[in-house]
Design a protein around this ligand. Structure first.
Ligand code: FES
Length: 141
């Protein structure tokens, strides 16, 4: 691991990731696997009556950048409306971490995409309560 290429903010979120875990009664779940390296992020969201994300948790298998991106994505998304949270892109995640090394920028896609898929899953569940999940993608469990 080339820790020298990560800034202190990235290292902080990697060493002490926030909101790790699962939400048993989640309102939406999103899963993204990276077919190039086999890493993945799964994200669970809880949505309150005001359509705000009241809780966001994740599990991740990936490099330090992927873990840090997932961690800060949960912080960025918590408290936001579904519309606001859906605007959290990989660029937003990278900027919130103070910039990612060039060869690690794709890692931020995992977290942003997993969050977006969790939001989509929630929307579909809201329209079709019997629906299971929308996060099917290559590598999904
Ligand atoms: Fe695969 Fe970062 S998640 S290299």
């Amino acid at each position: 691991m080339a820790a020298f290429c990560y800034n202190e903010r990235i290292l902080d979120h990697f060493r002490s990731p926030r909101n790790v875990g699962e939400i048993a009664d989640a309102d939406g779940v999103g899963h993204v696997g990276d077919p190039d390296c086999g890493d993945y992020v799964r994200m669970w969201i809880k949505v309150d009556a005001d359509q705000r994300l009241s809780d966001v948790k994740f599990r991740c298998r990936g490099c330090p950048a992927a873990v840090a991106c997932a961690s800060i994505t949960t912080e960025l998304a918590t408290g936001k409306t579904l519309d606001e949270a859906s605007e959290i892109t990989d660029e937003v995640v990278g900027e919130a971490l103070g910039g990612l090394p060039e060869d690690k920028r794709h890692c931020s896609n995992l977290a942003a995409d997993a969050l977006y898929r969790a939001i989509l899953d929630h929307i579909v569940r809201s329209c079709d309560p019997g629906h299971k999940r929308v996060d099917a993608r290559e590598g999904a469990e």
